[in-house]
Write a protein that binds this ligand. Structure first.
Ligand SMILES: [Zn+2]
Length: 390
């Protein structure tokens, strides 16, 4: 028996050494992994995504069970525009049977973002709907669903989810949902659903956002179509009261309404009033046009020459040239024609609207900025000289 014990002693010693060695290897691997992790994080903080991807890919190859590394790696691929790889990584993560419920939900959220980025809206919608009942993710899921319904022009759903988000977050969403109502009003109008229906959506918009200029603009257009110019004037004037920056948008319809009612004196008086605070090209142009019609060429030229000296605008300059050209052949007729052609060319290529939020400039009016997706952020450019568009 004693002999056997003596024989087993080296085996026990060897097994102890081997266990200790294993623990040491494990510890050093964990330390290396930690070091790599922080290295990857540092690259992220320094905004060096390529180096971070390299580190995280190495880690993911070595340790296939680390969900955090795969989540980070997937996000990096998405940020770099490699959406297919991001989808593959997040999708594989979700398929793992050993993944905790919390990590699975996070991976679902990230996969939803990947699908959004790839434009696969139906797949993204399905994932975000699944996350709606998870308190930690409800707000994000709701805001992404609202974005999806906006892209799909499903305005009723967008309103319903916007209201739900407002209820749970106490975050004011009225400005956005008022636009959804305006979209529905425009759809109802195009479908010939009747003015009462269209008006109901616009009134809903104004309840949600009393500052919704678009709703009043549409109410004015609705009244004009019905031949009710007085009501239309009230609606267009409300646009001006809500936000003076949108006044250039109502110049043409207001002018038409005042003309239809034979109240041009009142309109010119109003334009003169606005012109005291706003020397934008569209106001100068409109005022010169009506002065020409009402008071004649001399009054219009006098106004333009004085105004353009202090506040030069391309629109004003073109109007001045036009009035001078209308006098007929003269000494500088050909030169004026050239000048008129150049200013028209410049105006045709000019951007007339700019986003207050991100600075994006466009030629035509958009209620939702195509760049930053903000509603009511794009406004007529108040510059005296219109800028060239991108
Ligand atoms: Zn913008």
């Amino acid at each position: 028996m004693m002999e056997l014990l003596w024989l087993l002693l080296p085996v026990a010693a060897a097994s102890g050494w081997w266990a200790a060695r294993r623990a040491e290897v494990k510890r050093s691997r964990a330390a290396l992994r930690r070091a790599d992790y922080f290295k990857g994080l540092n690259y992220l903080i320094d905004e060096q995504p390529d180096q971070a991807i390299e580190v995280f890919t190495r880690m993911a190859d070595v340790d296939r069970d680390t969900a955090e590394v795969h989540l980070a790696l997937g996000n990096l691929f998405r940020r770099r525009g490699e959406v297919d790889r991001a989808i593959h990584i997040h999708g594989s993560l979700i398929a793992r049977p050993t993944l905790t419920a919390d990590k699975r939900r996070r991976a679902m959220l990230e996969l939803g973002e990947d699908y959004l980025r790839a434009g696969l809206l139906d797949r993204a919608e399905a994932l975000f709907r699944e996350l709606l009942d998870q308190p930690a993710h409800t707000r994000t899921a709701l805001s992404r669903l609202i974005y999806i319904f906006q892209q799909e022009k499903d305005w009723r759903q967008a309103i319903a989810y916007s209201d739900r988000l407002e209820r749970i977050s106490d975050e004011y969403r009225g400005r956005q949902s008022a636009h959804f109502c305006c979209e529905l009003a425009e759809e109802a109008s195009s479908a010939g659903e009747g003015d009462a229906h269209v008006k109901a959506w616009l009134q809903d918009a104004l309840i949600r956002d009393p500052g919704c200029t678009r709703a009043n603009l549409l109410l004015g257009q609705l009244a004009m179509r019905a031949g009710d110019y007085q009501t239309a004037i009230v609606a267009f004037q409300a646009v001006e009261r809500q936000d003076q920056g949108y006044f250039p948008e109502v110049i043409a319809p207001l002018s038409e309404c005042y003309d239809a009612l034979g109240r041009l004196d009142g309109w010119i008086a109003h334009l003169r009033e606005v012109q005291q605070r706003d020397h934008g090209g569209r106001i100068t142009d409109a005022l010169a046009d009506w002065l020409l019609r009402q008071e004649g060429e001399a009054a219009a030229l006098r106004f333009l020459e004085q105004e353009l000296r202090d506040y030069p605008t391309l629109l004003g300059l073109r109007r001045l040239v036009e009035i001078k050209l209308a006098r007929g052949e003269g000494v500088a007729y050909t030169e004026l024609q050239v000048l008129h052609g150049i200013s028209t060319q410049l105006l045709n290529g000019a951007a007339r609207y700019r986003c207050d939020n991100c600075g994006f400039i466009v030629k035509s009016m958009h209620w939702c900025c195509p760049s930053c997706q903000q509603w009511s952020a794009i406004k007529p450019i108040p510059d005296w000289v219109l800028r060239a568009s991108a």
